[in-house]
Ligand binder design. Structure first.
Ligand code: ADQ
Length: 456
């Protein structure tokens, strides 16, 4: 069987704090052999192309260091200040700078130069995410004839939004060098197809085979999942029980509502707080019976928009708590810290409502983790944004428009009043999907499709 070469911006094989995605990719690399290649996360004074090899828990990793200018322009710049906001529909935050685009291209050329000698003729090459759109094309131009797949972990924006990016066409043309392009949902796939049809005169057939200028690429909607079994095991662990008990005790008999997100403007935290505030105002009888526990560790702190969202949220939580708190009750507990997965499982299970309301999200794995951690006899209720990719699979959640404080408030009322029978009925369907479409299913579906030959 062919080896797998996984290429992603960061490499996270091994270690106890791995998420399901890293666990799945590590498992595939252990099974098939191969290499996980990417940026080490470290800076070097001058780029040399030196590769650091490591063997971590049976997985071979190969990483390179980047120069300060690469990190500024490629990672903090084009990836996080241009593509991330634009692809999450926030052109108001997207910064279009030629130096960012240039640095992004240069870093991708450096990735291509260094990874190329590691790839053997029958290897399957799998490139992950928006940091590396041009990599396939760079590898092709260096003569690589292997099957190369690309998976996008974030949304694909509507055509007219993408058109605001000066390098839009170049970016899409670069993607046509891959054999297979995967998206989480039909919606993101359709948006990509629209661009290629309307702006480039491409055609797409009923099997999602895209043809432009004589080149054919397969498109695939393939939603990522979690390692459901592993997560349920976390939920049954001693640490989870301990955390469950601690969190319940600290709520002193009140019902917990939980939010767990990276601190990112795409996650809709501000809107969530405002929706919760509306609920408190509209339901005076319920007020002191609930507590919102929001866990949000800071991310990408060197980007301005992330510093701004952090201070906005601190101000908002302070204002809401100031306006509503009493001597023995604070409505929002806002924690800026990450927790190990077994503790998170305990927190999810202790919470009667999971509030997952991103304004836009490629998939959102927290929604699936919340479901997997519930007690089957007495499960909590998931409130989920219609604009998360996960909503396509999780119709039994209470789906809301995260921009509407009224809808969030109404959904909280509905969730808190929901009968046990109804909670169990919804949870079973959600759980069935989480288990069936887990991360191993995703991995197999994508790699099987990548192996299938398409004539070009
Ligand atoms: P993210 O934007 O990071 O991922 P998400 O899918 O929710 O979003 O994954 C977050 C992961 O981080 C989850 O496994 C969660 O448990 C963990 N996490 C969040 N807060 C944490 C905390 N306080 N402590 C510990 N762990 C925490 C991107 C896309 C998503 C897509 C994934 C995978 O933006 O849409 O689902 O990739 O493709």
């Amino acid at each position: 069987m062919s080896r797998l070469i996984v290429i992603s911006n960061r490499v996270s094989a091994g270690g106890g704090a791995q998420g399901g995605l890293a666990v799945a990719l590590s498992a595939a690399l252990r099974e098939h052999g191969g290499i996980w290649f990417g940026w080490s996360g470290n800076e070097t004074s001058e780029f040399t192309g030196h590769i650091n090899f490591e063997r971590i828990d049976g997985v071979t990793t190969a990483t390179i260091d980047l120069e300060e200018q690469d990190i500024e322009e490629y990672y903090n710049g084009y990836a996080n200040r241009t593509l991330w906001p634009l692809f999450h529909y926030r052109i108001d935050l997207a910064e279009y700078e030629r130096s960012f685009a240039g640095g992004y291209q240069r870093a991708n050329e450096r990735f291509a130069d260094t990874v190329l000698p590691l790839i053997e003729p029958h290897d399957l090459v799998w490139v992950q995410d928006y940091h590396m759109f041009p990599l396939g094309k760079e590898l092709r131009s260096r003569g690589l004839a292997n099957r190369i797949g690309f998976f996008l972990h974030i949304p694909w924006p509507p055509r007219r939004l993408l058109a605001t990016l000066p390098e839009a066409r170049q970016l899409v043309e670069g993607l046509l060098a891959y054999d297979l392009i995967g998206f989480h949902t039909e919606e993101w796939l359709q948006s990509f197809g629209d661009y290629v049809r309307e702006e480039m005169g491409g055609t797409i057939d009923a099997q999602n085979m895209l043809t432009v200028d004589g080149r054919t690429v397969r498109l695939l909607a393939c939603p990522v999942g979690i390692d459901a079994k592993e997560f349920a095991a976390h939920a049954a662990s001693e640490k989870a029980h301990e955390t469950y008990a601690r969190v319940r005790e600290s709520a002193v008999g009140r019902t917990l509502i939980v939010g767990v997100d990276r601190l990112d403007y795409s996650k809709g935290l501000e809107e969530r707080f405002l929706g919760y505030e509306r609920f408190l105002t509209e339901n005076p009888a319920e007020r002191k019976e609930v507590v919102l526990l929001q866990i949000a560790p800071p991310s990408r702190g060197s980007v301005d928009s992330y510093q701004r969202i952090r201070s906005t949220l601190e101000g908002l939580a302070g204002r809401i708590n100031g306006a509503h708190a009493g001597l023995d009750w604070v409505p929002i507990r806002y924690v800026n810290q990450g927790y190990p997965r077994d503790m998170l499982a305990g927190v999810y299970r202790a919470s009667k409502v999971g509030l997952v309301t991103p304004l836009r999200d490629g998939m959102n794995l927290v929604a699936k983790e919340y479901v997997a951690a519930q007690d089957p006899e007495d499960p909590g209720v998931l409130i989920l944004s219609r604009f998360a990719g996960a909503a396509e699979q999780m119709g039994e959640a209470l789906l809301v428009n995260p921009h509407s404080a009224e809808e969030i408030s109404d959904a909280l009322s509905t969730a808190l009043a929901m009968s046990r029978e109804e909670r169990i009925r919804r949870w079973r369907k959600l759980m069935q999907n989480v288990v069936e479409h887990d991360v191993m299913w995703w991995l197999k579906r994508f790699t099987d499709a990548l192996r299938e030959k398409v004539s070009n």
